[in-house]
Ligand binder design. Structure first.
Ligand SMILES: [Fe+2]
Ligand SMILES: [Fe+2]
Length: 255
């Protein structure tokens, strides 16, 4: 049986759990602009990679589907960027680099991890299916928390329809090119995504821990060191000081 074919994708429990965080992130106009710009970039990059996948596949049907898919992703990128530009015009935003939760939900799509060259059609389809599925799940949450911004909500609604279609066609094609082992391919792609998600989470946490430890060091270690250095400097005699007779012999070695 095919894995998880559903006409309308539901968000995963993890994405539903993070809905309050997403609501808070998207509630601020500056953060919304930053997120939209980053999403626009991810969608366009993903479109470029899928275009490359269309070039390297030897399957004519996949090539046509990948081309349509790539055009959709380019269009998503334009929609996100246009919306960000429209918000920028009215908000007088100063784009800062505050918390955007990117290590919780990277670029909304997950296509940024895509490696095209050297991948078989089945591995590519399994990866694309899971990426589109995760995008559909996240975009459902983003659409639902976007009550305060009808235009951005409409963009997520429109893109969500495409992502659901991408999710469906990639699974259908995976079952066509790998009828016996498509579930195994999906599990392998799932484990690879899990490992990358772990690395992303670990590097996000490492960043937070690093900032915390450096702040502690700054306030608790720097002050005593500065005090000790000043005390040592006060004890130093100024100017030339006499050297004991034993230490003033002629130099007969380098050190
Ligand atoms: Fe997309
Ligand atoms: Fe997509």
């Amino acid at each position: 049986m095919l894995d998880s074919v559903r006409p309308h994708e539901q968000p995963t429990a993890f994405d539903r759990m993070l809905a309050p965080v997403h609501r808070w992130i998207w509630s601020d106009t500056d953060r919304r602009i930053q997120k939209l710009l980053r999403f626009g970039e991810t969608e366009t990059d993903g479109g470029r990679d899928i275009l490359r996948a269309a070039e390297v596949t030897s399957d004519p049907l996949l090539r046509r589907l990948y081309l349509e898919h790539a055009l959709d992703e380019f269009r998503h990128g334009v929609l996100f960027r246009r919306r960000a530009a429209a918000l920028l015009k009215v908000s007088h935003s100063h784009l800062d680099s505050g918390f955007h939760g990117d290590w919780l939900a990277p670029g909304g799509h997950g296509l940024d991890d895509l490696q095209v060259d050297g991948e078989s059609d089945s591995d590519m389809l399994a990866f694309l299916h899971l990426s589109e599925k995760s995008a559909a799940s996240r975009f459902t949450v983003y659409r639902d928390v976007m009550q305060h911004d009808a235009l951005t909500r409409a963009i997520f609604e429109e893109i969500l329809r495409d992502e659901t279609f991408h999710m469906g066609y990639t699974l259908t094609q995976l079952a066509r090119v790998e009828p016996q082992r498509h579930n195994r391919r999906l599990w392998r792609a799932r484990l690879s995504r899990l490992w990358k998600a772990y690395l992303r989470l670990a590097s996000g946490l490492a960043g937070i821990m690093g900032s915390f430890l450096l702040t502690i060091q700054y306030f608790f270690l720097l002050a005593p060191f500065a005090w000790l250095a000043k005390r040592a400097a006060r004890r130093e005699c100024s100017g030339w000081t006499p050297v004991s007779p034993g230490r003033s012999d002629s130099l007969d070695r380098q050190y």
